[in-house]
Design a binder for this molecule. Structure first.
Ligand SMILES: O=P(O)(O)O[C@H]1[C@H](O)[C@@H](O)[C@H](OP(=O)(O)O)[C@@H](O)[C@H]1O
Ligand SMILES: [Mg+2]
Ligand SMILES: [Mg+2]
Ligand SMILES: [Mg+2]
Length: 306
């Protein structure tokens, strides 16, 4: 049975996500997005496709037996890319003390979830600040590591319309290790407020009901499942609620791992844990998601009050 070191796998994912960011920005700059509709309200562009091919092609070159679930249904052409596996080596001693089993994981228990471009709709509309590549690593059904790569931002994650500022930013974590480079971005005037973030473009009665039950001090509607989760991770929002079908496991696995690493929570609206599986019938988060930093149960109770 092949064994995998989580730091080597995450290093490869981070390297590939960062390079997929270059693919995404160059497709955007070319103006030739080649938008195809996979279904009603479900766009895919050339950037989604090339990003997924780059990431899976690179992983396949190192670990041919990895179970990978990518959003797009496409061929994976052979690539010369050999991802870097050593960029997180300095964390090995710390991980050995805290989660020694993560240094030697059975391949059969791992599933990698790839969203090669989250917020495609916003990408096609030029609202690129929400766009990110999401890679999550699950082990025995739970997220244990993940990387988010934002291509259209500066080093602090601030979105810009000027391409000269697109340095890009990775946020990554292994559950059990301290998270590097994250800031608490709560504005002083928002301290003590309840800030709820939800969909900008998939509003429905359940979303409205959830807002009315939580009664936030401040409501933010914006695009991207990854972007909204990152807002919770960076303390720009207390709770992200989307209480209906719409997101898939690849939208949440990577962000969920980062959230867990900072003691946040992600469940369905009834408080049930999400199980990460490659069963295609269970890829939808069919009851929706509730994502918090702080008192998760308080929001679950509010959402389930009669
Ligand atoms: O990777 P894509 O298809 O862009 O992912 C979607 C999500 O599936 C969807 O839930 C999000 O909707 P909202 O923005 O309304 O929350 C969408 O933005 C993308 O993240
Ligand atoms: Mg999509
Ligand atoms: Mg997505
Ligand atoms: Mg996507």
């Amino acid at each position: 049975m092949a064994k995998i070191n989580i730091l080597e796998l995450l290093s490869a994912c981070k390297n590939l996500a960062e390079e997929s960011g270059e693919i995404i920005t160059s497709v955007f700059k070319s103006g030739d997005l080649n938008v195809q509709m996979k279904g009603e309200d479900d766009p895919m562009t050339q950037a989604d496709l090339l990003s997924q091919q780059h990431i899976i092609g690179g992983l396949n070159n190192l670990w041919s037996d990895l179970i990978i679930v990518g959003e797009e249904s496409c061929e994976i052409p052979k690539t010369d890319k050999i991802p870097s596996i050593n960029s997180l080596k300095q964390y090995e001693n710390e991980l050995e003390k805290k989660q020694p089993e993560f240094l030697s994981l059975d391949t059969k228990d791992l599933i990698i979830f790839i969203d090669p471009l989250d917020a495609t709709r916003e990408f096609t509309n030029g609202r690129v600040g929400c766009v990110m590549t999401l890679i999550g690593i699950s082990y025995k059904g739970k997220p244990i590591a993940g990387v988010i790569y934002q291509p259209f931002v500066d080093a602090d994650g601030i979105a810009s319309k000027e391409s000269s500022k697109w340095v890009g930013r990775s946020v990554w974590a292994v559950v059990g290790l301290p998270v590097v480079g994250l800031k608490d971005k709560r504005a002083p005037e928002d301290v003590g407020k309840v800030i709820l973030v939800t969909t900008a473009s998939h509003n429905n009665q359940q979303v409205e009901d959830a807002i009315n039950k939580i009664k936030p001090d401040k409501l933010i509607r914006t695009g991207g499942a990854g972007y909204k989760t990152l807002m919770v991770i960076e303390n720009l929002a207390d709770v992200y609620v989307f209480p209906t079908v719409g997101t898939k496991l690849w939208d949440i696995c990577g962000p969920h791992a980062i959230l867990l690493a900072i003691n946040g929570s992600l469940t369905d609206p009834f408080g049930n844990e999400i199980v990460y599986t490659n069963d295609p019938k269970k890829i939808d988060n069919k009851y929706g998601v509730v994502i918090t930093i702080g008192d998760h149960q308080k929001y679950i109770n509010l959402l389930n009050q009669k």
